[in-house]
Design a protein around this ligand. Structure first.
Ligand code: PNS
Length: 164
């Protein structure tokens, strides 16, 4: 049987334990998972593309079928170029839904053979977002529970303006 590939896209600015939960679950459902760091035109990013890729590589090193890439273009085109079967995204709350639904329909129009699969975020990560992590860390708050342990120090050093 043909091996199945999923693409997990996001801005990952920075990656949180909520993202890792989705990536871990996708890695159990698909033979190969490509996590791709992309540009979200609606958001101003804080970490460079290279920093985000590096943090994701460190945070996903334990998953043998996951690799990390970056792409500055359309998600539908990227997924098609990798012969992906699915795009996997995490859904936190109803507030995510309209935007994610619109993106899924657009991506389906652009690459009709690729399905978008939504995984519901685990209950403990419902409230978690990269913007929340950035806000808490920049004000000297503790984000150790919200980001992978292996990149915690990098994030704090980069964002905690009080430590300067
Ligand atoms: O983690 P995010 O910010 O919710 O991820 C959004 C992202 C980066 C996946 C989305 O903005 C995206 O797909 N960007 C690539 C450009 C693209 O394909 N845009 C059209 C989709 S409707």
């Amino acid at each position: 049987m043909r091996e199945r590939t999923a693409v997990c896209p996001g801005s990952f600015d920075p990656v949180t334990v909520g993202h890792i939960d989705i990536i871990r679950r996708a890695s159990k459902m698909f033979d190969h998972v490509i996590v791709v760091v992309m540009i979200n035109a609606a958001k101003q990013s804080c970490f460079s593309l290279e920093e985000r890729v590096r943090m994701l590589r460190a945070s996903t090193a334990e998953f043998p079928n996951v690799r990390v890439d970056s792409y500055n273009g359309l998600l539908a085109e990227y997924a098609a170029s990798k012969h992906a079967d699915a795009i996997v995204k995490g859904l936190r709350a109803m507030s995510d839904f309209e935007y994610e639904f619109q993106m899924a329909l657009t991506n389906k129009k652009l690459s009709p053979d690729i399905e978008t699969v939504f995984l519901t975020t685990s209950a403990e990560n419902m409230y978690l977002s990269s913007s929340m992590v950035k806000q808490i860390a920049s004000m000297g708050g503790d984000v150790s529970e919200f980001v992978p342990e292996v990149i915690h120090k990098d994030i704090v050093q980069r964002l905690n303006q009080r430590s300067e």
